[in-house]
Design a protein around this ligand. Sequence first.
Ligand SMILES: Nc1ncnc2c1ncn2[C@@H]1O[C@H](COP(=O)(O)OP(=O)(O)OP(=O)(O)O)[C@@H](O)[C@H]1O
Ligand SMILES: [Mg+2]
Length: 372
Amino acid sequence: MSRRLSPERIAGLVEGAASVAGQVELSGLLRSTVEIAMELTGARYGALGVLGEHGQLVHFLHVGMDEEEAIAISHLPTGRGVLGTITRAGRTLRLDNVSTHPDAVGFPPGHPPMHTFLGVPVRVGNRVFGNLYLTDKEGGFSEEDETLVEFLALTAGSAVSTLQLQERLRRAALLEERERIARDLHDSIIQDLFAVGLSIQAQANQIDPIHADVRARLDRAVEKLDETITALRRFIFDLRPPVWARPTLRQQLADLVGQLSAPYQTQVNLDVSCPRELPPPQLADELLAVVKEALSNALRHSGAGAVDVQVDGNEERVVVTVADDGAGFDPGRVRRGMGLANMAERVQSAGGTFHLDTAPGKGTVVRASFPA
Ligand SMILES: Nc1ncnc2c1ncn2[C@@H]1O[C@H](COP(=O)(O)OP(=O)(O)OP(=O)(O)O)[C@@H](O)[C@H]1O
Ligand SMILES: [Mg+2]
């Protein structure tokens, strides 16, 4: 920090920065950044312009002008002129008279005259999130003011980034919760209702035709149950996270490979080339099950230096291959475990074909091919 800052000003900055960093909501954070910057420098007016993706001004928050004054101005800043200069240059601009700067376009009608000016970019990560503007300090802004406001802008940027991260985490947690509720509803309630419906139906079929009215009432009850199940299904469908929020097959595979291979030295290569919408969720589960078993076999039994896991998909087929350069084996002579047999059976009952290619000394290739 600059040597020229007095202890009082440093204390003021630390206090101000702490209060900015403590904000739990974005608009409060931006407002307090402007207010504290004004307080620290003695500026009469302060503002913060938030920039959109293409550097355009999407939000302009101002402090120091009363309602009447603000309303009298014909329009909000457009981000041209000197304000645009800061955005383009991405660095601080300190001026004694903003109107005489070569980029100045003049104030809109009704705007109070402003002279001294200090503009500082607020960065979030490596992108300029917005600019902090201060104007009209008696005697002009000093180099000290510049240092103070730059520090404050730094704090504000990191506080904004923390808030954004928290927001993302909250959304992720919400999606996970929705997925869990949907699964619970599906697995327990719908199956139960379904079973109740079936048993009522069976009872109704046993009823003596003399009691036609009872039977009719039971039939209506079953219909009602069916309607409820349909409504619940629709509800569950709405609850499921949207497609873009579900983990992709690539992510799930990467997680699985990471988990399984962590305890081993073996190098595992993952290569997924599959359109994003493929495979359908049901197939994705089968595919993950194959990778899980084949890869854990390769890691546990083969002594391989490397294992290649490959998924290749097109509109017709999705093929998964797990190949190791390990010891290989004679399928007729090994102890029969559950893994290989289960895997082959799973693949076949999902309509796919299973292929095992191995021999002692030549490594093992497991391949499963599913209709997409
Ligand atoms: N990639 C491989 N390299 C070398 N040997 C293998 C490989 N995959 C399977 N084997 C041999 O085949 C046997 C049977 O495999 P399988 O997956 O059926 O059973 P497991 O892995 O021993 O037990 P489980 O899968 O039930 O935990 C293994 O015990 C091992 O001897
Ligand atoms: Mg196994």
